[in-house]
Design a protein around this ligand. Structure first.
Ligand code: ATP
Length: 514
């Protein structure tokens, strides 16, 4: 069994109808993607898993669906107009634009890769006796790489948190970082670039009619905080959850659906009494990690990563990182946002954003702990965890390989495929179609008779279908069919009337919540 590399994963997503480049006939639009028939099913299942576990499984969390457009002052209050910037740099020769901090980070990755290469070589040479940690401090070459890495990391962190654009440029010059595409070192100065997309209201000209496409879903929740609290009579602590599109004019738009210009977020803002933020922050860290692990994602592919530099609104922040094919990167953020957002909206709108606490008999602006996960990054994590190439031995004893998507059955786009052994045999076809018509009332199932059984199995493996039902001649005599398990390849004879409960047991999302 082998994990598939990133290029093969992207090709698989296209070939099997999971993800297409947007507007491909016009050579595509950079960093914008469309979900195909199986991709949209999988994405909907991920959203359902998140929504049910947040909203349906908590008495004190409710869901909303706010508009993408918001009053422009929203983004003034949230800090996005003034502070939602990335430092960009242009190459004068190639005319290409990059994020200055990412150029430095890529350089750091290369330094770390050199250290790891030396370490791996030494591990091979010394075998079982090798002490990796000791070697890091004693071997001058490895130590040199690691010191360099840490030095750059610290200087980058300092420059970023101080907004020191000259310092960033100085780092790029000093490290002699070149344009990754052309090798040119002819750079402009570093400038700030706002990531919000703007558009214009039809009936108001100029600045006054300027609107933004929301860069995060959270603000739709903050401005509705009192509406929701009053209409649902929730008491603090309580949460508001939302799934929706967000837009960011990302400069480094690459790595497939990891960094898109239009993407979807699943966010939950949890409103709490000031002073209790530490305990709720720990609570949601643990709860969110559990959510990921329930899907069967191996623990070693997930890790917490504390933020080195905190955003202007946060007093604590951690990422849940997933081991993507290109390394450990942010999948989800958990942020203790203090009362920053509600207080800013209160100040700018002149409307009270306070909650009257019946126990304390006093009013206060609540604090917020949020969990924020990108649906598309979750999709990429799920696909890269599930897709594998395996060698299998057929009934004739011959070896062959198969690409199989080992998705949790509750997430699989198609739950079961019904395949007649022979498509020209009317009785088999009728029986298979009857089973199909019955099961489609309960699950997303497929009927397929367009190839040999072996080929049909391979196709279902590639889209992650957990069960294939084959209707053979024996079925006509005893009303039993064979059910093939995607992962074990075992085949079991099952009475037709038991099919629904057998499948339900495996694909029901219920099992993820208990
Ligand atoms: P990054 O540091 O990777 O730019 P971020 O820290 O800006 O991400 P947040 O503002 O915390 O991200 O957004 C919450 C979540 O939204 C992220 O954890 C990620 O899963 C998702 N997300 C953010 N930007 C993008 C994007 N451009 N494309 C896809 N998903 C995104």
């Amino acid at each position: 069994m082998a994990q598939i590399d990133f290029k093969a994963l992207i090709a698989h997503c296209k070939e099997y109808g999971f993800i297409y480049q947007s507007s491909e006939v016009y050579d595509g639009l950079s960093a914008v993607y469309d979900y195909g028939p199986y991709g949209s099913e999988l994405k909907n299942n991920l959203k359902e898993y998140w929504w049910r576990s947040m909203v349906h499984m908590h008495d004190n969390i409710v869901g909303i669906d706010a508009a993408i457009f918001m009053h422009p002052l929203t983004w003034k209050a949230s800090g996005h107009v003034d502070a939602f910037n990335d430092p960009l740099i242009d190459n004068k020769d190639s005319k290409r634009r990059y994020r200055a901090d990412v150029l430095v980070e890529d350089y750091m990755d290369k330094v770390m890769a050199k250290a790891n290469k030396e370490l791996d070589k030494a591990a091979k040479r010394f075998g079982d006796d090798f002490d990796r940690e000791l070697y890091k401090t004693t071997n001058p070459r490895v130590k040199g790489y690691l010191d360099k890495y840490n030095d750059i990391k610290e200087r980058l962190g300092n420059a970023m948190s101080a907004g020191d654009l000259e310092g960033l440029k100085g780092l790029i010059d000093e490290l002699e970082i070149a344009d990754p595409d052309t090798g040119s070192r002819n750079w402009t100065d570093v400038r700030q670039f706002n990531l919000m997309f703007s558009t214009q209201l039809g009936n108001i000209a100029g600045e006054e009619g300027k609107l933004y496409l929301r860069p995060e879903t959270a603000q739709g929740i903050f401005v509705n905080f009192l509406n929701v609290q009053k209409t649902t009579r929730q008491k603090i602590p309580f949460g508001i959850a939302q799934i929706g599109k967000a837009f960011r004019n990302e400069i480094v738009a690459r790595q497939f659906i990891f960094r898109m210009r239009e993407f979807e977020q699943m966010e939950m803002q949890f409103f709490i009494k000031p002073g209790t933020q530490k305990e709720w922050y720990e609570h949601w860290k643990e709860a969110r990690m559990k959510w990921h692990l329930a899907l069967g994602t191996p623990q070693e592919k997930l890790q917490f990563h504390d933020h080195d530099a905190l955003a202007h609104y946060a007093d604590a922040a951690v990422d849940i990182q997933f081991q993507f094919p290109f390394g450990f990167k942010e999948l989800e953020g958990i942020h203790s946002r203090t009362d920053f957002d509600l207080s800013s909206h209160q100040e700018l709108s002149g409307k009270k954003m306070q909650y009257f606490d019946p126990e304390l008999q006093e009013s206060y602006v609540p604090y917020v702990v949020e969990t924020s996960i990108g649906c598309d990054r979750m999709f990429l994590a799920t696909m890269s965890n599930a897709l594998q190439t395996e060698t299998v031995v057929g009934a004739n004893g011959k070896e062959s390989t198969r690409d199989v998507l080992k998705l949790h059955p509750a997430l699989a786009p198609v739950k079961c495929a019904i395949l007649p052994l022979k498509r020209n045999e009317e009785r088999l076809v009728k029986m298979a179609k009857d089973i199909f018509n019955d099961l489609r009332l309960s699950f997303n199932v497929q009927y397929d008779d367009t190839g040999s059984i072996g080929k049909l199995y391979r196709r279902q493996d590639a889209i992650g279908t957990p069960f294939c039902i084959t209707v053979d001649f024996e079925a006509l005599d005893d009303n039993t069919v064979t059910v093939r398990d995607r992962d074990t390849l075992e085949q079991e004879r099952v009475p037709i009337e038991k099919l629904e409960s057998l499948i339900r047991d495996k694909v029901d999302m219920k099992q993820l919540f208990v």
